[in-house]
Design a protein around this ligand. Structure first.
Ligand code: PHE
Length: 366
């Protein structure tokens, strides 16, 4: 009869020496498989007398358990070692560039608004905002356009059908000028703000969309005159178009909320059949293009906003942000700005890393 203790020692020693999962599996089959040596021992129990079986069965069961436990323990050790070995060879280099993935881009309108904020921040202006759903008083009346004023008709206003609880007629603001009123009422004077945002007019063709963007400028202080307006616009446009040869032409104009009112043209020149801003608009091959409306804030508007026009004066201007973007970055159809076409954005959009700064230039990098 096989000595169980010897069998156990031999089995455990061989299990301990098994070098890999395959060798261990072979041992499992050899000991515990259907034809295995320990399985064979189990079968001998059937031929024993009850007394013999009573003394032998626990020993054989114990042998079987010991061998099974040893197999399991060795399997854990082999698996653990294999994992350690794999981890040691698999390294992750975090300095490698990330794989290419689709990236979003910054819309030219957002880019230009950021550029404007950067330029005007340097001149001491802060950014103000107002609601796009405006009331009649802020959009028109306080800007010196009484109910019957003919200039109201020029705005192609979207009105809401009902009046609000206070009897006010609500509308989609037709320009950013109501932010002038809101800023004066809220902050008092002095003021230096720009107010970029969406405006709405019932109008649509290649250069007009029912929604577009303006930026308003407002300065209220003591002793402000037209010279301050001209210098500010010149400084802004030179910084924005990144050219020192930007020349402005100021023409008398009319807005109810400014007096005097000044239409500002910017000189362009023909460069290989393309109109490029810069240069003296009166020279041959040069010309002027209308760019923005401006003027000294009408004394009545300052009064409407609750300030004393004898103490405070100022200037204001309004310019189309989309138009500035088209002139600077060369798009020719405004409607494409609002189509949400990914291909248009891939072409005209900007990297989120292109933060406009005065030190690096407010324009987009190549
Ligand atoms: N609000 C005017 C417009 O939309 C522009 C403007 C703003 C003119 C400020 C003068 C002063 O046409």
């Amino acid at each position: 009869m096989t000595d169980l203790a010897t069998m156990r020692d031999t089995a455990l020693a061989r299990i301990e020496e098994a070098g890999d999962a395959a060798a261990l599996e072979a041992l499992r089959v050899e000991f515990l498989g259907k034809q295995g040596s320990i399985s064979a021992l189990m079968k001998t129990l059937g031929k024993m007398s009850p007394e013999e079986r009573q003394s032998e069965a626990p020993k054989i069961q114990a042998l079987r358990t010991d061998v099974a436990d040893a197999l399991a323990a060795r399997k854990d050790a082999i698996d653990g070692a294999a994992l350690e070995a794999r981890l040691a060879t698999e390294t992750l280099d975090l300095t490698l560039p990330a794989p290419h993935a689709p990236r979003g881009s910054v819309h030219p309108v957002s880019q230009v608004m950021d550029e404007l904020a950067e330029i005007f921040a340097d001149l001491g202006f802060s950014v103000a905002t107002g609601p796009e759903i405006e009331d009649d008083w802020h959009n028109f009346t306080a800007l010196n356009m009484a109910e019957t004023h003919p200039a109201r008709a020029m705005h192609d206003t979207f009105y809401f059908p009902d009046v609000d609880s206070e009897g006010r007629r609500m509308l989609l603001r037709t320009h950013t000028s109501p932010v002038q009123i809101r800023s004066m009422v809220q902050q008092g004077a002095p003021i230096r703000i720009i107010a970029p945002g969406r405006v709405y007019r019932s109008d649509s063709d290649a250069t007009h969309t029912p929604m577009f963007h303006q930026v308003e400028g407002l300065v209220i202080d003591k002793g402000i005159h037209l010279g301050h307006l001209k210098w500010t616009l010149e400084t802004f446009l030179k910084a924005f178009f990144e050219r020192d040869d930007i020349v402005l032409r100021l023409r008398p104009s009319y807005f109810p909320f400014t007096e005097p009112s000044v239409e500002v043209d910017v000189g362009w020149q023909d460069v290989g059949g393309r109109r490029v801003l810069g240069g003296d608009g009166d020279a041959p091959g040069h010309g002027w293009m209308e760019l923005l409306g401006s003027g000294m804030v009408n004394a009545r508007v300052i009064e409407f906003a609750g300030l004393d026009p004898k103490e405070w004066q100022g200037f204001a201007f309004g310019v189309g942000v989309d138009r500035l973007a088209m002139l600077k970055y060369g798009m020719d159809d405004l409607r494409a700005f609002f189509d949400g076409d990914q291909r248009w954005l891939d072409h005209y959009g900007f990297s989120p890393f292109d933060q406009p700064t005065l030190s690096a230039g407010v324009g987009a990098k190549a």
